[in-house]
Design a protein around this ligand. Sequence first.
Ligand code: GLN
Length: 488
Amino acid sequence: MNIADLTLEETRNALKKKEISSLELTQEYIGRMETYKHLNAFITETPELAVEQAKIADHNIANDNAGKLEGIPLAVKDLFCTKNIRTTAASKILGNFIPTYESTVSQKLLESGAVMLGKTNLDEFAMGSANTTSGFGNVISPWKKNDGSNQELVPGGSSGGSAAAVAAKLCLGATGTDTGGSIRQPASFCGIVGIKPTYGRCSRWGIVAFSSSLDQAGVFAENVKDAAILLEASSGYDPKDSTSVNVPVPDFAAAMTGDVRGMKIGIPKEYRVDNMPSDIENLWQQGIDWLKDAGAEIVDVSLPHTKYALPAYYIIAPAEASSNLARYDGVRYGLRADEDALLDMYEKTRAEGFGDEVKRRIMIGTYVLSAGYYDAYYIKAQQVRRLIRQDFMTAFEKCDALLTPATPSAAFAIGENEDDPIKMYLNDVFTVSLNLAGLPGMSVPAGLDENGLPLGLQIIGKAWDEETIFKVGGVLENAADFTKKAYK
Ligand code: GLN
């Protein structure tokens, strides 16, 4: 048995039955991290800590005191603060920042017994769709086109390191954050499952803030069931986050009954965008047919304000980012440039510490919040946001969940789409509206494009109804029988 071939659930069972130990499992994954170092999926690796935690896990398992993730090796996006472990947000400005506290989500995973392999790479401050804005070098997808070109592809972003690590089996699961698509888009590009739950489901406490009203933590896993297990362990009310909501956390895996008979699945017509590659169009139709065959009823719905979602997002997200990132002034965290006068020090620290994309967002954000433009841009975008949410509410009167493509293309080459920021922003055309509306969504790998690259389908649920998403996701996953070709 090759232990890296086991799913998270299978690994958990094998650990429980003591067929394997967490120590040997952890060492296997540490070995794989070494072998696949060229992917640059991690900014900071913590193998010594992982080995220590694995020994404790084995002890707990031996004493029948195992947590739900006891001994399972995971990775954490380097946007989650981890106590005594460097947390960079992939920015030079936080290059030497060592938090004195642990984020709630990573704390929950630790309390469940998980073993932490390290901190994964991302776009700087989670701003990007290709993991090419990282101050620590881009991440390379484990996938290659089937044309023999050997071209290096992006893993998607911003949680590209987590997605690449799960796809290449460098860990059994990983955390991500999704402000406009940063879990679902890289999951789609890497052929794995990624879920962004309802806003307020996972605590934002201890996550480096990008756009606070949109940011939401979530998880990556190889399959839907594993994602359900991980999301349950990550979720729950946290009084330290004022937007955390005190609702019960269901057993998401138990919702995967395989039975979608009578369920109504909405197909939003506005998601049929111009120039959609035929592979994606066909896969979407295939997904519709799979659900129909499983007994679901397909209904047409309309989300009329969809075309305003990206423009509204690219006002609101930079506005909040410009405010959130004001704290990096060289005084309290990370990098400090050497200048005598205070203002010069601020300026030089920020000029040296932030990359181009982050600077672009700060400038846009400051502009749309400035006197005279605030009403025209920021207030208007907030009004549009309300209409987008209303669209979903109306659509959900007719259906239980929505099915759409996850991304408008498969993974592209590193360097492609870098010339024009708008091209990069278009990656999120199917994902951002959920963040604006606070709704949960999951990308499930459903097929390959003509180049042999993975494509995901997105399931969108009502607020707090991740269970339906997992139910539908399980059925799609079964029907698609998506067998990963990379990195067995
Ligand atoms: N790609 C989007 C952006 O650049 C979303 C990023 C995210 O979800 N963190 O803002």
